[in-house]
Design a protein around this ligand. Structure first.
Ligand code: AMP
Length: 357
């Protein structure tokens, strides 16, 4: 795919959650149509897309039909089975590419990649059994966090080890899965940079946001983040370094810890990111449009921040507060159309403008 996509072109999105939904809305605004591929019933993205295929990632016929119906394929989550990617890749370009997925699907591969770029991370070591955990604890000390290498999200698949006696129960919590032990980082706060890279290598970064997690789930993102000028520059350079090394096309979220020794990378996500939702109301061009522009080969848009914003996730019963939020003149409400409320489920978010242009 060398030429920029023209309006009317078709974008395939793997995954039908809220990220897919907001990508499809941004794509529609630029005149593209979206085809969502999602195994689950009632995908939120389906409400706003041209077409939905409900099929598993093992269904080769459905995957092939999906690929043939679109011009480019993107995704809203990183744990897409390799076999599905192998098949899709032969038929249509996948953006961002395989390398970003390979690196970010496995926390150990990701940490090694980051360290290989010379970026600071928490001390880490691989863990597969009691003996390797004991060795890993020699490297990290305590407190430490044991995490599954794959399929962890929103704090799931993690166990803290405050003292060596807790090693056994933490290992049991991994339920036999390959894991990584990370030394506990003494951070003052957490930030993330959402950055986009186009096919010709141009990069645009949104201002860093400051993130607060509750029970392992993102609760709020505040922009601007508390950062010195030097730290702001560092954050941009780190993100650009990662995007270039992966030859990334599209948006990426880079989560960082702010420590007295500088910025440390926690993790990367090769996709639009929850901590970038503030851009919908804080920038002329938001992360979703920026991603669509990048994968379509369009010039990246102007992502400069035009307001101060606090983004709050609406999780579970928070949805009951929508009448009050809707009445707040500073608030822009974004709901995902999920029929069923469950504890811990992301139902929507609200962007409150705390300083306007
Ligand atoms: P993760 O899924 O790796 O992003 O972890 C979720 C949250 O756990 C992070 O946003 C941090 O608040 C915390 N956390 C994860 N890893 C570490 C670490 N090595 N040191 C301190 N806190 C951590």
């Amino acid at each position: 795919m060398r030429e920029p996509l023209r309006p009317g072109a078709r974008i395939g999105i793997l995954g039908g959650g809220q990220l897919g939904r907001m990508l499809a809305m941004a794509a529609a605004r630029l005149g593209f149509t979206c085809h969502i591929y999602e195994p689950g019933a009632h995908p939120p993205a389906g409400h706003v897309a041209h077409r939905v295929s409900r099929a598993s990632y093992e269904d080769r016929a459905a995957l092939e039909a999906f690929a043939r119906s679109v011009d480019v394929i993107t995704y809203e989550f990183e744990n897409i089975p390799t076999s599905a990617l192998d098949l899709l890749e032969k038929l249509r370009p996948i953006r961002p590419g395989r390398e970003a997925l390979r690196v970010s699907q496995d926390r150990l591969t990701e940490k090694r990649f980051l360290a290989g770029l010379g970026l600071k991370t928490a001390p880490f070591a691989p863990v597969s059994d009691a003996a390797s955990l004991a060795r890993a604890l020699q490297i990290t000390g305590t407190p430490a966090i044991l995490k599954t290498r794959r399929f962890g999200y929103d704090g799931k698949g993690q166990a803290r080890i405050m003292a060596p006696e807790e090693a056994e129960s933490a290992l049991a919590a991994m339920q036999g899965a390959e894991a990584i032990l990370e030394g506990f980082v003494d951070f003052t706060h957490e930030i993330s940079v959402i950055a986009a890279r186009g096919p010709s290598g141009e990069i645009a970064c949104f201002d860093a946001g400051e993130n607060v997690h509750v029970n392992g789930i993102l609760s709020t993102t505040t922009v601007p983040a508390r950062l010195s000028n030097a730290q702001q520059t560092d954050a941009v350079l780190i993100a650009a370094n990662i995007l270039n090394a992966l030859d990334h096309i599209g948006v990426m979220g880079v989560e960082l810890f702010v420590t007295s020794a500088g910025l440390m990378v926690n993790e990367i996500a090769p996709r639009v990111h929850n901590s970038g939702h503030w851009t919908q109301d804080g920038c002329l061009i938001d992360q979703f449009e920026q991603h669509i522009r990048a994968i379509a080969g369009w010039p990246l848009g102007d992502g400069r921040r035009i307001a101060d914003v606090v983004m709050e996730n609406l999780i579970g019963d928070d949805i009951d507060r929508i009448a009050e939020i809707a009445a707040d003149p500073s608030a822009a409400l974004h709901l995902y159309g999920k029929a069923e409320t469950r504890p811990g489920r992301k139902m929507g978010h609200v962007n409150r403008l705390t300083r306007r242009p």
